[in-house]
Ligand binder design. Structure first.
Ligand code: BTN
Length: 267
């Protein structure tokens, strides 16, 4: 019997063959299909799985986005993965880790396809104003410290336009659409993991300051007028800063400084 196996599969061997990290991805759980890589990784971390373990799937049946949204994770098109991190950080710093992840993906995009990705608060990555990557981190605390973080990253890699759900077609893009050519997902993942490990080690030595500055320089809305939607409330103001826990500080038109913990921005 002939099988059409013309698609590339993200096997453990393929990922590890080009991987130049010391820790990230040295142990991999690679699935054909899974509910959510974040959920699997969370369960493993509760069983004391070590830092750096990668959980990846060709498809997620229940891919999770921010604010209990669904993350479209169709088979063989993207990179849907989670990393287990165990940083020795106070609980208050947990919200900064997604920023580190965002710039790591952006730097990998720049290195591999030469395009400059923009950051959109809190943790979306855009090319040509459209989203190609989302980040969902889930944290387990132990007293006032972080026990572990599940860093979940979804990257639209080889989708063509009609391979997005119709309702997202105007807002979503993929690396293939933006670069004009098909991307080797294993190679691209290897570059993301290298950047993540580099920035993570840097943060452990030097803290988050430089990472947050690099994030800000990639965020076109930083210092500009934005609209924030938080549950049933809408705020207009200037994106003045990020605080040391990663919250957005919005300067309203009545000159109040409001701290936004979670929300969506438009501009
Ligand atoms: C968002 O922008 O809403 C965040 C999307 C995060 C999606 C990734 S895909 C891998 C990991 N597993 C999940 O269930 N979600 C994250």
């Amino acid at each position: 019997m002939r099988h059409n196996m013309s698609f590339d599969l993200l096997s453990e061997d393929r990922i590890q063959s080009g991987l130049k990290t010391k820790l990230f991805g040295k142990k991999i759980y690679a699935f054909w299909s899974v509910g959510s890589t974040n959920e699997f990784a969370y369960r493993r971390a509760l069983q004391d799985e070590q830092e750096g373990v990668l959980v990846i799937a060709e498809e997620q049946k229940k891919g999770k986005g921010r604010k209990s949204r669904k993350w479209d994770s169709r088979f063989n098109k993207g990179l849907w993965f989670s990393l287990i991190l165990r940083p020795d950080l106070p609980a208050a710093k947990a919200g900064l880790v997604p920023y580190l992840a965002g710039i790591s993906v952006a730097e990998a995009v720049e290195d591999v396809i030469g395009l400059k990705a923009d950051m959109k608060w809190p943790n979306d990555l855009l090319l040509s104003g459209r989203k190609f990557c989302g980040i969902l981190s889930e944290v387990e605390f132990e007293n006032s410290q972080i026990d572990f973080i599940i860093l979940g990253i979804g990257i639209n890699v080889n989708h063509k336009k009609d391979e997005f759900p119709e309702e997202f077609r105007d807002q979503a893009t993929s690396l293939r659409i933006e670069s004009g050519s098909r991307i080797d997902r294993a190679q691209f993942l290897a570059e993301v993991l290298v950047q993540l490990e580099k920035n993570y080690n840097y943060m452990k030595q030097n803290g988050f300051e430089n990472i947050m500055t690099r994030w800000q320089t990639r965020c076109p809305q930083f210092g500009k007028e934005i609209v924030v939607i938080q549950d049933d409330d809408t705020y207009h103001g200037t994106f003045e800063d990020l605080d040391d826990e990663g919250c957005l500080l919005l300067r309203t038109r009545s000159d109040e400084l409001i701290k936004i913990v979670a929300g969506d921005i438009t501009f």
